[in-house]
Design a protein around this ligand. Structure first.
Ligand code: TYM
Length: 337
């Protein structure tokens, strides 16, 4: 297995990132067999596809490195790096641009969401972003890519690009690229905003009350859960009773994910209750899970030079791991180097 995934260093890590992706990264890393390899990276090249502040990007890159280590990514076992130190990502993107089709990119829902009304004013990088994402995983012959639900379409595109490139430029018995499989958690694949159960919990939501940040202190987490939007009905005892109640479904899903149990188990315990006692229990679970991570995070941030050293070492390893595939892609295209 070759496990590869990334996260953009924009804003701080939130509960959706943690339950949807990072917790799975750690579990996959911890279950690694001999010969398997995990690569996790900060998608800093992706972060320049939206308007950004260079000083904040630089700070966020180190902070997110600390956050990933605090969550359990071990730089001794996983290759932890940032894209900007591995030029092969950008190089391979260019090579894949010849294979990716405009029509495929035009169907990407994230581009439509992020460009909004002002499509003409969106950056070219925002449009070609999924090709860079394909390069990120194909460069390392990724077999498994642990992500939340929102990245599924980008991973399908990566498979399409790999397949077309292999068909057009490689022999059937010697493909250049491996087709990657998305690994999406069955439960917490899509954690929703605490203010609107129909919108994804996201770093870019202007309301901080919409998300739980890893950096929130215990009181803030408790307050955010207490103020989370709900409806007037008590919790149902059966899952069917959650349909049409997106905010209730979201809170129950978060509780189930934090407790590592099915939604039905949470409802068996809390069905019939109002949201008051349920929210109190949920906030407790949240603080139990995130407070130790948050404490490790704060300690790691004290030593920024060690964080820089982690990224430098990880990037050197990533450059070595990616080199053979990049070479093979150049050769397959008939480019003389
Ligand atoms: P990003 O930085 O938006 O999110 C990082 C990871 O967190 C997951 N996630 C969520 N999961 C559940 N509920 C949510 N509300 C939620 N919000 C975010 C995302 O699915 C993701 O797994 N384009 C990617 C980064 C990237 C990447 C890659 C990922 C760049 N190259 C190659 C995998 C492979 C992104 O912006 O994720």
């Amino acid at each position: 297995m070759r496990i590869v995934s990334g996260i953009q260093p924009t804003g701080s890590l939130h509960l959706g990132n943690y339950l949807g992706a990072i917790r799975n990264w750690v579990r996959m890393q911890d279950g690694l067999a001999e010969g398997d390899e995990c690569l996790f990276f900060l998608a800093d090249l992706h972060a320049i596809s939206m308007p950004h502040d260079p000083v904040s990007l630089r700070a966020a890159t180190l902070e997110l490195t600390a956050a990933l280590v605090a969550c359990g990514i071990d730089p001794a076992r996983s290759v932890l790096f940032n894209q900007a130190q591995v030029p092969a990502h950008a190089e391979l993107q260019w090579l894949l641009n010849g294979t990716a089709r405009l029509g495929w990119l035009g169907r990407m829902t994230q581009f439509k969401d992020k460009s909004g009304e002002n499509r003409e004013g969106a950056s070219v990088a925002l449009f070609t972003y999924p090709v860079l994402q394909a390069a990120d995983v194909l460069l390392y012959q990724a077999t498994h890519v642990p992500v939340g639900e929102d990245q599924k379409q980008h991973l399908e595109l990566a498979r399409d690009i790999a397949q077309k490139f292999n068909n057009d430029f490689a022999s059937a018995d010697q493909p250049v690229f491996t087709l990657p499989e998305p690994t999406i958690p069955p439960a917490a694949a899509r954690i929703m905003s605490l203010r609107d159960g129909t919108a994804k919990m996201s770093k870019s939501d202007p309301s901080d009350m919409s998300r739980i940040n890893l950096t929130d202190d215990a009181d803030t987490m408790v307050r955010k859960i207490r103020k989370a939007k709900t409806d007037a009905e008590p919790l149902p005892s059966e899952e069917a009773g959650l349909s049409g109640r997106p905010e209730a479904l979201n809170l129950v899903t978060i509780h189930a994910a934090l407790s590592d149990c099915p939604v039905a188990t949470v409802l068996a315990e809390h069905g019939g209750q109002g949201f008051g006692p349920f929210k109190a229990r949920l906030a407790e679970r949240l603080v139990e899970t995130l407070a130790p991570i948050s404490a490790r995070f704060t300690a790691l941030l004290e030593d920024r030079s060690s964080l820089g050293a982690i990224l430098a070492a990880g990037s050197a390893r990533a450059r070595a791991l990616g080199a053979p595939t990049l070479d093979a892609a150049y050769r397959a295209l008939g480019l003389v180097r």
